[in-house]
Ligand binder design. Structure first.
Ligand SMILES: [Zn+2]
Length: 463
């Protein structure tokens, strides 16, 4: 467990990237790349986290027998634009079919230690007025007490199954979180009905303290202290928690710095944790060679029942049983495309899903199979559409965004060169929130006609 500091580490990261780039590209070329001699030269230095990022202290008291979680979100927030409010998103309340509404309720909300009148403008949006506009650069301290019901929503990111020592709890997108984009302000994308993300959050520092009944273990975003109950994470945009009794296997990935890989398989499942460790290590090493260093000291993966595929969070991924196939490298891909380089998941879902699929395909050597997949008519030419569109066309979402995103990138040129452009994109936008224009800026360095090429797939012209 090493601590993480971004001062000197950030500079070292840049140097490593530049020194490493030639050799890294030769090794890191995608398996399908037919030109092993390609040398990736990225002069773009790796961006470092903003020093004024939010600092959270989360308290999460998980009571599986009562099917509820009691929590407290405390945050120190320093806006880079003037604002007269705070906006917390309560994604736990997003309207999924079959799940009760208002599963998360909020109790007292404080600003500067004083209780204030906050209001829900919709089920997922908590607005906290400030007394007059807060000056730019002034730190605001706020807290939100909350309670989350675990009833009747299985198979997704907020879930509880089993009881006693057989309990398995997943918590993702579960606590009130600031929806701020530096340079832009509050992000108010509407929730959708589908089981996918529409969130946008800035990277932040988190200390998460989890309470669970005796006999249960906790896996979560961050590095655990000796009690395995307090998790510290630096420069991540969200936190997820998995609870249960796990069979654990560990390993080390060189990505290129040592990354501790921890896989826990819930006691109700038969999967082999060591096999998943091998898959995660291989994917982390492959993708770090292609897209740049994995910047956190740990990657944990929890397998729990009643989940198909995987759900990504920074440093912590949730997967279901028998997901060792394409889900495992795909969720690793999200560490670069969503976790490290964030995006507005409501407006530009292809930026994380298309690119994570590209990462997966390169790790697996499956580009040919993905190029052969047919994109449905309602999705063809709609790659750049927002989640509101896919909410109306859910059956077309995967092939139109994940597959078509991969096909659009492949249309640009050699896979190794696309990887190199994505390495540039990651370096330029690390720890930030990127938009299509940022991706096109990097792609154009390698493919001058990139904007025209992407337009054919439905990415609106960006300059
Ligand atoms: Zn994905």
């Amino acid at each position: 467990m090493r601590s993480f500091s971004w001062g000197a580490a950030g500079v070292g990261l840049v140097a490593a990237l530049l020194m490493d780039s030639g050799a890294a590209a030769a090794v890191g070329a995608t398996p399908s790349a037919a030109v092993p001699s390609y040398r990736c030269i990225v002069e773009q230095p790796m961006a470092t986290p903003r020093p004024d990022r939010p600092v959270y202290a989360l308290r999460v008291d998980i009571r599986p027998a009562e099917l509820r979680v009691i929590g407290l979100t405390e945050v120190r927030f320093t806006p880079d634009l003037s604002t007269d409010r705070l906006v917390f998103r309560l994604w736990a309340n997003h309207p999924v079919a079959g799940a009760p509404a208002n599963r998360e309720t909020v109790g007292p909300v404080t600003v500067g230690g004083e209780v204030v009148a906050a209001r829900l403008t919709d089920a997922t949006t908590l607005v906290v007025p400030l007394v007059g506009p807060a000056p730019v650069g002034q730190t605001i301290e706020a807290s939100v007490s909350w309670e989350l019901s675990l009833r009747a929503w299985k198979g997704d990111r907020i879930s509880s199954t089993g009881f006693g020592l057989n309990a398995a709890v997943r918590l993702g997108s579960f606590f009130p979180i600031l929806a701020w984009e530096p340079g832009r302000g509050w992000v108010l994308d509407p929730p959708i009905r589908g089981r996918t993300e529409t969130s946008t959050t800035p990277t932040a520092d988190f200390v998460t303290t989890v309470t669970v009944p005796d006999g249960l273990s906790v896996m979560a975003t961050g590095v655990a202290d000796v009690s395995d109950r307090i998790f510290t994470a630096t420069a991540v945009r969200d936190v997820a928690v998995s609870v249960g009794r796990f069979r654990v296997a560990t390993g080390v990935a060189h990505a290129p710095d040592a990354v501790q890989v921890v896989v826990g398989v819930h006691s109700a499942l038969a999967d082999d944790p060591a096999a998943y460790v091998r898959r995660v290590v291989a994917a982390l090493e492959n993708q770090a060679r292609r897209f740049g260093p994995y910047p956190w000291p740990q990657y944990s993966l929890a397998l729990t029942p009643d989940l198909v595929g995987g759900i990504e969070y920074p440093m912590h991924v949730m997967q279901g049983p028998n997901s060792i196939g394409r889900s495992t490298p795909h969720e690793v891909g999200h560490m670069w495309f969503y976790s490290l380089v964030g995006n507005d998941q409501g407006v530009d879902p292809w930026l994380d899903e298309g690119l994570a699929t590209w990462a997966e395909v390169g790790s697996e050597g499956t580009l040919g199979a993905f190029l052969a997949k047919v994109v449905p008519a309602e999705g063809r030419g709609h790659l750049g559409d927002p989640m509101t569109y896919w909410d109306a066309h859910p059956a077309a979402y995967y092939r139109s965004v994940y597959v078509q995103g991969t096909q659009a990138l492949a249309s640009l040129g050699r896979p190794a060169e696309v990887d190199c452009a994505l390495r540039d994109y990651v370096a330029a936008n690390a720890f930030g929130i990127a938009h299509p224009v940022d991706l096109v800026r990097s792609l154009r360095k390698f493919f001058p006609g990139a904007a025209r090429s992407l337009a054919r797939y439905g990415v609106a012209a960006v300059t």
